[in-house]
Design a protein around this ligand. Structure first.
Ligand code: F6P
Length: 360
């Protein structure tokens, strides 16, 4: 490869706290090597529409604690999902040509996409099918990208959930109430389980294991029998009631460009079923509060490590990989390997931990 002079970055999919800290780290590390960094706007839309901004040390000054992404994000997908011989394949659309054209025109030699498995999946296909040199950074509050212990943004979302559960506990106790708290987590229960344990949830419902309304009721009644007149049920948006055939509660007809149905509503659905059984409850949907706001110190450190490592992998000519955290180490993981195991289910160690302290 000719000497590295110019890299591009973009942030795609659902945002989270910590992205800006990562952008800052990339720009600062790149500056030490005299590299130019172009930031594409709004995920994959940026290179498709050739919209980019030159990122200098000045433009990233002060963004460390800011939530969101200064580049904007979108769920733009330049590939199209088609069925071939009973298999799902992603075919390039003309948007892929536009991306290739933009990168060539701007002489961007390496692209660093920051996002979850959708954004990284596009990166992988651009690398594999079109030879684009990519180094991915896993960022999603859902923590469901395989190959890394933690994705950027997950820890900050957990802290929001924990604080919310702490707050709900006091009012639940005062009013002797049952609260159902719906948290994010489309395919995996990382936020529900780790947030639920940290915040003292009594019942935790995850996409990995179907649940029945009667089990939930039984658990709440057991608590009443022990003199606990309040309960907190933490339910992941992707949790699957057996009463619905093990399918999640979805917003009818709303599908994004990656083919994901918009989830949401399981909290209200469960509350209605419990009310039918004579149990009064309140519902709180934490929703996008989990993605907004400032990053925790853990996420700022992870963002800085990920950003620095991504630039260093690019300098070393390691492409078609993503950065990942394994234990204390930052490693390069082949994107194909990480994506073939995504979405990564919640580690059973944490489900066991919940059971060990009597949480369903
Ligand atoms: O970023 C992942 C995620 O948080 C999922 O848990 C959730 O289903 C989705 O984003 C919702 O995103 P939006 O409302 O922005 O489309």
């Amino acid at each position: 490869m000719p000497e590295l002079k110019r890299i591009g970055i973009l942030t795609g999919g659902g945002d989270s706290a910590g992205i800006n800290a990562c952008i800052r780290a990339i720009v600062r590390r790149a500056a030490k090597e005299g590299l130019e960094v172009w930031g594409f706007r709004d995920g994959w839309r940026g290179p498709i529409d050739d919209e980019a901004v030159l990122l200098s040390l000045d433009s990233v000054s002060g963004i460390l604690p800011q939530g969101g992404t200064i580049l904007g994000t979108s769920r733009t997908n330049p590939f199209r999902k088609v069925q071939k011989g009973g298999k799902t394949v992603w075919e390039p659309t003309e948007k892929v040509d536009r991306i290739l054209h933009t990168l060539a025109k701007r002489e961007v030699q390496v692209l660093i996409p920051i996002g979850g498995d959708d954004t990284l999946g596009v990166a992988w296909r651009l690398f594999e099918q079109h030879g684009v040199k990519v180094v991915g950074i896993p960022q999603t509050i859902d923590n469901d990208v395989a190959g890394t212990d933690y994705s950027l943004g997950f820890h900050s979302a957990l802290s929001v959930v924990t604080e919310a559960l702490d707050r709900l506990h006091t009012t639940a106790q005062s009013h002797h109430r049952v609260f159902i708290v719906e948290v994010m987590g489309r395919d995996a229960g990382w936020i529900a389980v780790l947030g639920g344990i940290a915040g003292g949830g009594d019942v935790i419902l995850v996409p990995e294991e179907a649940f029945s309304v009667d089990e939930v009721l039984e658990r709440i009644q057991e608590r009443y029998a022990r003199g606990r007149t309040f309960s907190i049920v933490v339910v992941a948006e992707g949790a699957r009631p057996v009463e619905l055939g093990g399918k999640p509660v979805a917003q009818e007809g709303k599908v994004d460009s990656f083919g994901h149905i918009q989830l949401g509503g399981v909290g209200y659905w469960l509350a209605d079923r419990l009310r039918e059984r004579g149990l009064e409850c309140r519902v709180v949907v934490l929703g996008h509060l989990q993605r907004g706001g400032i990053a925790t110190s853990f996420d700022r450190l992870l963002a800085t490590r990920f950003g620095v490592a991504a630039v260093e992998f690019a300098l070393q000519g390691k492409f078609g990989v993503m950065v990942g955290l394994r234990g204390h180490d930052i490693v390069a993981i082949p994107l194909g390997e990480a994506l073939s195991q995504s979405p990564k289910p919640v580690d059973p160690v944490f489900l066991k931990l919940a059971r060990a302290i009597g949480v369903r």
